[in-house]
Design a protein around this ligand. Sequence first.
Ligand code: COA
Length: 317
Amino acid sequence: MHLSITRPSTPDQALALLRGARSELGTYIADLVVTDDHLTTAFAARKRRPEWVWTAHRDGRTVGRVAAWGAPANDHPWIVDLFELGAEPDRVETMTELLRQAVADLRAGGLEQVELNLHPPAGWRDDPPPALTDLLAAAKAAGFEILVTRRRFRWTPDAGVPSAGDRLRFEPVSGPDDPALADAYRRTFEGSLDAHTQRSLRTRDAAELAAEELADMMHYAGPVDGWRVAYDADGALAGLVTGDPGTKVFTGYVGVVPEQRGHGYARELLAWMTRWQAEQGAQKVVGETDDANVPMANAFEAVGFVQESARIDLVSG
Ligand SMILES: CC(C)(COP(=O)(O)OP(=O)(O)OC[C@H]1O[C@@H](n2cnc3c(N)ncnc32)[C@H](O)[C@@H]1OP(=O)(O)O)[C@@H](O)C(=O)NCCC(=O)NCCS
């Protein structure tokens, strides 16, 4: 099909190659990652890098683009999250080639498993956008399979500022390596309904995984000013919650230790964080959870979050 694939070598080249990319998934997040603003800031912050960009060309035209995203301090990207299928009749095959090349290059660089995150609208199962069908077909042809499907929730001030109740006592933490935080986080892994956690625990030691994930969490839900470990009225550990201050912010993690589940503490932890974020000026708080994690989805809804979109995570075999 006379296709050539380019992997740029400087941020300026990468920006030039990605400029004007179009997402067809029709959701806030899918549209955001192709904007000039987002791309310029992300390349400057090393959350995007030239070697994490692949563009397909034919007869002087750009016919497909893919890019990954990660933390400034990490060698490897977390996810591939920018996809442009283009308009050529063989766009599924072009996307397959781009994804195969991305996997080959990232593996050659030492990344074991590549993850794709697609952000379709909430109703994608009943009414999939054509681009989603094409992206899923390309991903499968390139050797990816679905790990998990997720829901993305959004709180805005018009939902009202929630109250956390008075059953829990919230203690600040000193940093991502605070021993009380790390211990609480590790303990919430047990019986977790979260697919990424379950998969990581098959090959990883829980304490190590907890330390690594808390360090990573600093990049999307840090600093730790609002992170809290929570205790019940008897002083027993109940769980933890993380999130960042600002105008557009994230619920980082909500976790309840196994022996304290079923008391509605997830709602209280999330309510505490959302109230704190509202007090810090949040105009939008975003949180995500797996479709299978019904208790967490219920907690989001109880606190006034509404579903904004969905997420489909695929991993290379
Ligand atoms: C998701 C989580 C925070 C829910 O906490 P919680 O405070 O127990 O939630 P609720 O009290 O609202 O529980 C509602 C129901 O779900 C059940 N439930 C909660 N967590 C469960 C789990 N991991 N597995 C099976 N059932 C669970 C409760 O027993 C309760 O059932 P009941 O109504 O019959 O008593 C908790 O399970 C947890 O920490 N999981 C691991 C971490 C995680 O997945 N965090 C969210 C990441 S986005």
